[in-house]
Design a protein around this ligand. Structure first.
Ligand SMILES: O=c1ccn([C@@H]2O[C@H](COP(=O)(O)O)[C@@H](O)[C@H]2O)c(=O)[nH]1
Length: 230
């Protein structure tokens, strides 16, 4: 069985990201390249991780007009990433354009995932941007659009996983905001432990600082597997 764990490589340099990757095993996890690392290191870091045998989730959360977003998704597919994402709040036309461009792509297609409500946000943060509804309601609304546009799944909190699996059983749920018992919450708000998240229906667990900032990242990852095996 493939591991559900995606380790978030949030580092300021390719050297630091690759040093962490050297301590991990591609059979145990996939890796996520996000805005900080990609802005500093570019496609080269993705190629280096591929050469080490890792599948890569390119987490750039594209959000723009349909043509611009679709062309960015096309570039990600040409880079050979395993998963790419766009903000669902870019709307149905934008997500549909991304689906179409991937359908025309020859060769392996990345999973196309829609970001719903960031796991760092709670109800009062939504009110601050003019959305007077709960995170669950907003996630569900965006999930409906993503399904209609033909996306493969969603980024959401594991707290919404059970609800989403009822509405969209085949949608792949990618859940950050995962915190093993005893680890710091940091800036995350809607969190669950790894085992709670899988129980709720998460397909993939995105975990960054609890692994990357640990003294021994491989042991931190193994401790998570031990928790999941209980
Ligand atoms: O809603 C979201 C979407 C993306 N993320 C990303 O996941 C990791 C989480 O890292 P931790 O260190 O485990 O908090 C990070 O790269 C975010 O950019 C998210 O947290 N929430």
């Amino acid at each position: 069985m493939q591991s559900p764990i995606i380790v978030a490589l949030d580092f300021p340099s390719e050297a630091q990201a690759l040093a962490l990757a050297e301590r991990l095993n591609p059979k145990q996890c996939r890796l996520k390249v996000g805005k900080e690392l990609f802005t500093r290191s570019g496609p080269q870091v993705v190629k280096a991780l591929h050469a080490m045998g890792f599948e890569v989730f390119l987490d750039l959360k594209f959000h723009d007009i349909p043509n611009t977003t679709a062309m960015a998704v096309k570039a990600a597919a040409e880079l050979g990433v395993w998963m790419v994402n766009v903000h669902c709040s870019g709307g149905l036309k934008m997500m549909h354009a991304c689906r179409e461009v991937l359908d025309l792509h020859e060769g392996p297609k990345p999973l196309l995932i829609g970001v719903t409500v960031l796991t760092s946000m709670e109800q009062k943060d939504l009110a601050g941007i003019g959305l007077d509804i709960s995170p669950e309601e907003q996630v569900l609304r965006l999930a409906g659009l993503a399904e209609q546009a033909g996306l493969d799944g969603l980024v959401c909190s594991a707290k919404e996983a059970q609800m989403l699996k009822r509405h969209w059983p085949s949608g792949q749920l990618v859940t950050p905001g995962i915190r093993p018992v005893g680890s710091m919450q940091d800036d995350q708000k809607r969190i669950l432990t790894p085992s709670q998240a899988l129980e709720a229906g998460s397909d993939y667990l995105v975990i960054g600082r609890p692994i990357t900032q640990a003294e021994d990242p491989a042991s931190a990852l193994n401790a998570i597997f031990a928790e999941l095996a209980q």
